[in-house]
Design a protein around this ligand. Sequence first.
Ligand code: FES
Length: 120
Amino acid sequence: MQNKILQDHFEHPRNVGVLEFPHAIGIAENPVCGDLVKIMLSITDGKVQQVKFKTYGCPAAIACSSILTESILNKSIQEIISIRAEWIAEQLGGLPVVQYHCAHLVREALQKALQSLKTK
Ligand code: FES
């Protein structure tokens, strides 16, 4: 693996696990590769107080999940709602084009978690 940031987040993913009482859950699955990302958020005063994820997928999907969850901790919903897949890829130092869908999958899981919050 060439990319050291990606390798680090794949081998030592941050925030893996489950929240017992999450305020929001988002699950996204790619039907082509079969990878699945689940993101759980605990929100207090409009900010992400806790975040955990479970990703069943490729190294890039795990690394994207890890760096995204690390980035959104203690951020407001306003700050994270507009996060794009390209931004996630940039945080990892870039992704090969064939792995961009991994960043999109993680972003979709975050969006679904935020949508589940709105519908409560
Ligand atoms: Fe499907 Fe990475 S190969 S998410």
